[in-house]
Design a protein around this ligand. Sequence first.
Ligand code: AMP
Ligand code: GLY
Length: 421
Amino acid sequence: MKILVVGGGGREHTLAWKLASDSCKPELFCAPGNAGTLEICTNLDIGAEDVDGLLRWAIENKPDITVVGPEVPLCAGLTDRFNDAGLLVFGPNKAAALLEGSKLFAKEIMQAGGVPTASAVSFVSADDALAYVADHSFPLVIKADGLAAGKGVYICADNKDAEKAINDVLVAREFGDAGSELLVEECLVGEEVSILALIDGENILMLSSSQDHKRAFNGDKGPNTGGMGAYSPAPIMTDELWPVVKEEVFQRTLDELKKRGIKYQGVMYAGLMVTAEGVKVLEFNCRFGDPETQVVIPRIKGDLVPVLQACIDGTLRDDMIEWRDESCACVVMAAGGYPGSYNKGDAVLGLQDGAVKENVIVFHAGTAIKDDKVVTSGGRVLGVTALGKDLRSALDKVYVSLTHIEFDQAQYRTDIGKKAL
Ligand code: AMP
Ligand code: GLY
């Protein structure tokens, strides 16, 4: 069994790490991978967004399954092109990936399907958007329609914030074509939780809950990032909420997509807000979350390959995954300055330290090998992750290990999971 993992971040290292332990002992390839995947995969010098290059490699090397991490190749139609060439992919096709690729499309699906979400209005004209916000009370949320690497969402406290957001998106065109339209959305209040579901076109298998920490600094302060840490399970997702989310979020979305002739296969990620009026959808992603994957995947007992295969074959059952009782926590070590500009090429030390090796799993994100040594190569460098009998014990292991790992100007949050404790 040959498996190609597309991507090179912490999510992909985690997926590859899990696949490497599968009883079918697959031969793993990762494109492009990082210094962590290199220990278990053959890294390919092909970028995750180079769909032509990936397809050329796959036609020649015939992976049995391709597992796609990031949204960009999915939204660009990697699955469609691989399928046309007779290659199996875990991940939605282009039409289904639009659920992440266009926030307008996602909102339209949710509104038509009766999925609970923030009310929203869309605009192409800056003048119309400005007139609308001037007439509404704040806070409001403004979102660029298309893919903006997590930067296209503005929480606006007042008219001045809204003017800046509208100007950035529709006038300055900071997101290019991804910002040719925007949504002005009701601001929801509550606690966030990420629920990922595997879907085979028909059947839904919800994965365990997790919570991300999007802001750069302690106390949820500072700029938004890709995610600075996560834990699973998230206690905010109570027993009563599971059937509600399955029916009102995943089933209704799937039904509405089906009505339009769109088949969804892969992971559907729902970013949810648990509000006083119930659960509402903030966003959908068409892929595994990062760093949610780092805390959800290690809690899976048993093999992942048969589950991915069942998604592709249409034979998924909701009892295919058994969960460990332990909690899992991940703290992201980022390069100083991230999510702004930061250094690359700094040596990462301490990874072989006994206190690190025995207690935690270090998932690599922005790392590379230079002169046989691990160096930084991205903003989020490592996801230091541990299982523990409860969240506190998992976090303790992570934070002790973090004191043994170093690189120049490393930064990490010291309050991951605090709200759940
Ligand atoms: P998104 O990329 O749509 O998930 O937005 C990024 C972050 O912005 C979310 O994780 C929330 O913290 C916040 N957010 C998005 N939409 C809303 C909303 N309607 N109300 C409050 N916060 C929101
Ligand atoms: N952790 C947020 C995301 O993957 O989009």
